[in-house]
Design a protein around this ligand. Structure first.
Ligand SMILES: Nc1nc2c(ncn2[C@@H]2O[C@H](COP(=O)(O)OP(=O)(O)O)[C@@H](O)[C@H]2O)c(=O)[nH]1
Ligand SMILES: [Mg+2]
Ligand SMILES: [Zn+2]
Length: 307
């Protein structure tokens, strides 16, 4: 029987079978994915083969090949990684321009990671009800220039005032969508709006379950109409995993596009003459903000991000 992992706490999984039944499941024996050093062999979004042992209990015997996954370095074991979610069709990166203010560099690091793992991202600007000053309206216009310019889809919403939530609701149909972003941007509030019955506050039960550990990552998937959404804890930063410095510009789509015209094939777009990227920045075809993020990522001390 095939099922979908919808929840993962410790060594327990909740698996949803294709006919909609939920099973508490555990892994039989040592289930290891080939060539992959991960702390968790199975993640939310994985499709698995289960054999039921009772009406509510099952054993996971096999993980099906993944379409993609999102991964980050485990804290102390530098060679191990933790899979956050698998088989994601799209990420909604939820950001806010105020309360809290999402940093552009955080957004760019997130986008680079998603590009590297080939996961499409839409940027969802939440709390637009708060953008009531001229300065914030200008910030919003600037944000659009930067990220539309880089080729990303942007949706402005307000979970509080129910603005454009219908767009979110229709875009999640037929897909697995991961809601990600800093804490407090309103990921859970948006999901509650598209699925009012969910009342994500009750997921505070999981808090009680994991009491005492503030750092527990807890990803949970919910069925909404014909789609699945994954709510996630707030993330602060992303360890860019095993990324070759000379390849980082591949994951900035607009930089990659201009790089084709650089004089040197091995151009790092920093100091080289006749660099088409630097020229595009000067002419405003690539935003300075994105280019600065690129430079910062280049300067990363690789070990620092192995968190
Ligand atoms: N003004 C305003 N506040 C919002 C909006 N969406 C969420 N919030 C508030 O932002 C806070 C954090 O929301 P929450 O969904 O818990 O954020 P999460 O950590 O990303 O899941 C809560 O106090 C929400 O009531 C919005 O559209 N406008
Ligand atoms: Mg939340
Ligand atoms: Zn160049």
């Amino acid at each position: 029987m095939i099922g979908l992992i919808v929840k993962h706490t410790g060594s327990n999984y909740t698996v949803r079978s294709d006919d909609g039944l939920l099973y508490n499941a555990t892994v039989r024996g040592k289930l290891r994915l080939k060539d992959m050093k991960t702390t968790n062999p199975i993640a939310v979004g994985d499709r698995v083969i289960i054999s039921p042992v009772s009406e509510k209990e099952a054993v996971i015997t096999e993980v099906q090949p993944r379409k993609n996954y999102i991964i980050r370095r485990s804290s102390n074991l530098s060679r191990q990684a933790h899979i956050l979610a698998a088989n994601v069709d799209r990420v909604f990166l939820v950001v806010t321009l105020t309360l809290p203010e999402t940093r552009y560099e955080f957004i760019d690091r997130f986008l680079v990671t998603a590009e590297a793992y080939k996961i499409p991202v839409w940027i969802v600007i939440n709390k637009i009800d708060l953008l009531d000053t001229k300065a914030l309206q200008e910030e919003l216009e600037y944000f659009h220039r930067v990220y539309s310019g880089a080729g990303y889809e942007i949706v402005e919403v307000s979970a509080l005032k129910n603005i454009n939530i219908d767009i979110i609701k229709s875009e999640i149909q037929g897909k697995i969508t991961l809601f990600s972003g800093n804490s407090g941007v309103g990921k859970s509030a948006i999901i509650n709006r598209i699925a009012p019955g969910l009342d994500l506050k009750t997921s505070a039960i999981s808090k009680a379950h994991n009491k005492g550990t503030h750092t527990t990552t807890f990803y949970e998937m919910f069925e909404v109409g014909e789609g699945f959404v994954i709510d996630s804890p707030g993330i602060k930063g992303f360890g860019l995993i095993d990324m070759d410095k000379t390849e980082i510009y591949h994951f900035f789509p607009e930089i990659f596009k201009f790089a084709a015209d650089c004089r040197f094939g091995m151009c790092s777009h920093t100091h080289e003459p006749e660099c088409a990227v630097k020229k595009a920045v000067k002419q405003g075809d690539i935003s300075e903000s994105r280019y600065l993020s690129y430079l910062k990522i280049l300067e990363d001390d690789n070990d620092k991000y192995r968190r």
